[in-house]
Design a protein around this ligand. Structure first.
Ligand SMILES: [Zn+2]
Length: 207
């Protein structure tokens, strides 16, 4: 079992990293291709060359065989829908997804923004709320997909998630309320903290 050569090690900043149990060095990550044509990540020890493990790709396709990347923002530990990008390729960024040229995809994005729970299911919303609670952030975001089986595929969650300003084109008007919701939530949070009267100095407002 190749996994026997892989062991976890705690490093100074508290993050866990994996090392080759023989050589005590972290593996290199290389792309490999499974027989099915799917990509897998291979973990290869750069010193002894032993394969330490592999990570299979997970299927992020929806019931229509498209790839989706959904972003919710976190403000004061609550989640707010920001966009649902749909693409025919697996690496989805909103700006180059099939959105600007597809009225149908923008309609699906709009449905997600109007009623997140209906669009992705209450189970997915609950999972996102648990991720947000665990992250415990004033501001952040979560990127994820929901596959045909209704499972959440968590891509990433962090405190540097960007809200790219919307262009003036009226085709994006349906997205403006979602942006305004996030801005309003930020304003509410800052105002509440500033007027809380609990002795916090301004420099401590943004923990
Ligand atoms: Zn090794």
């Amino acid at each position: 079992m190749i996994e026997n050569h892989l062991s976890g090690m705690k490093i100074r900043n508290g993050a866990m990293m994996f090392i080759c149990s023989t050589c005590k060095v972290p593996p290199n990550f290389v792309f490999g291709v499974e027989q099915t044509g799917e990509f897998v990540y291979l973990l290869i020890c750069p010193k002894c060359g032993i394969g330490l493990g592999e990570w299979n790709s997970l299927d992020a396709r929806d019931s229509e065989e498209h790839f989706r990347k959904i972003r919710v923002m976190i403000v004061d530990r609550k989640i707010y829908p920001l966009h649902l990008a749909i693409s025919h390729t697996w690496k989805v960024h909103y700006f180059r997804a099939d959105m600007a040229h597809s009225e149908e995809n923008r309609r699906k994005d709009g449905e997600f923004l109007d009623d997140m729970a209906r669009a992705i299911g209450s189970r997915a919303v609950t999972a996102l709320e648990r991720i947000a609670a665990t992250l415990d952030l004033d501001y952040g975001g979560i990127d994820f997909a929901v596959n045909a089986g209704g499972d959440v595929l968590f891509f990433e969650g962090n405190a540097t998630m960007v809200m790219v300003p919307l262009a003036a084109d009226e085709k994006w008007d349906y997205r403006r309320p979602a942006f305004d919701n996030v801005f309003a939530a930020v304003r509410r949070m800052l105002t509440a903290r500033a007027t809380a009267g609990d002795g916090e100095r301004p420099s401590q407002l943004l923990r």
